[in-house]
Every structure is written in C-alpha cells, then in structure tokens.
Design a protein around this ligand. Structure first.
Ligand SMILES: *[C@@H]1O[C@H](CO)[C@@H](O)[C@H](O)[C@H]1NC(C)=O
Ligand SMILES: *[C@@H]1O[C@H](CO)[C@@H](O)[C@H](O)[C@H]1NC(C)=O
Length: 118
C-alpha cells in the first residue's frame, strides 16, 4: 500500500490518526471524508470553481481507493443536520478523518460552527 500522500483538491486531510509501527495492509485503513458537495452554492460563493472541485474530488477519491484505503465520502452543506454525518460515522473506528477546505477554510460561521459539535 502506498503512503497517504495524496494532495486533495479542496480537501487536504485535517486529522490523521497516529501511524502504527507496522504498516497496515490493503483495505485495513478506514478513511472518512466530509465537505461541501462540489455544486453547493457555498462552494462557488466562496470563490471556488465547482467543476474543478468536482473533478478534483473524484480524482482524489479514486486515488485513495486505488492506494488501498477504504473510503467513505459524506458531502453535505450546513443545511443538513450534523446527525447525517454522525450516522455515517457510527460503527466504524475511523483511522483518518478528512474535512474539505470549503468547510475548514470557510469564513462563514454557519459552516465553521459545525466543528463545535453539539
Ligand atoms: C471552471 O472550470 C472549468 C474547467 O476548468 C472551466 O471550463 C470553466 O470555465 C470554469 N468556470 C468558471 C466560472 O471559471
Ligand atoms: C450560510 O451562510 C451563507 C452566507 O451568509 C448563506 O448564503 C447560506 O444560505 C447559509 N446557509 C445556511 C444553511 O444557513
């Protein structure tokens, strides 16, 4: 399995679990990624090109899977309750959690407030 060196378009990994002393095998690392859907109005209103974001996210996801990681992607805007993401995270001990730059780098309080949890 390749090291996790993929540069995510909007989306570099925000939180990575500690690296275990022995390398895990293919299909043993669970990665969950969340962020804004590429064509969400808040993507373009924050100055990003939705088409390029879409292409980037798809390429990143394909590369992560090709590198041997298990990937779940949960794209949602602030109009979706955080319970949607919580439900998607339940039942898996995630090794890597990624948050897209459209959320992480946002200056919109209704987006960044989501880091506060509930
Ligand atoms: C967004 O990117 C696509 C692909 O590069 C390009 O064709 C399109 O013109 C861009 N749109 C804007 C609004 O810049
Ligand atoms: C979040 O704030 C932006 C900018 O004020 C606004 O356009 C958007 O509708 C808001 N979204 C929600 C779900 O409140």
């Amino acid at each position: 399995m390749k090291p996790f060196d993929i540069t995510l378009a909007l989306t570099s990994i925000a939180t990575a679990a500690s690296i275990p002393s022995t390398s895990p095998g293919c299909g043993e690392v669970d990665v969950i990624f969340t962020g804004l859907p590429p064509y969400h109005p808040l993507v373009t209103s924050q100055g990003f090109n939705a088409t390029e974001v879409d292409i980037g996210l798809r390429a990143d996801a394909a590369n992560i899977v090709k590198a041997g990681y298990n990937l779940r992607v949960v794209l949602m805007g602030p109009e979706q309750p955080l319970d949607v993401l919580a439900d998607q995270m339940t039942g898996v001990d995630w090794d890597v959690i990624g948050v897209g730059y459209g959320v992480r780098g946002s200056r919109l309080e209704n987006v960044t407030i989501r880091f506060a949890g509930k």
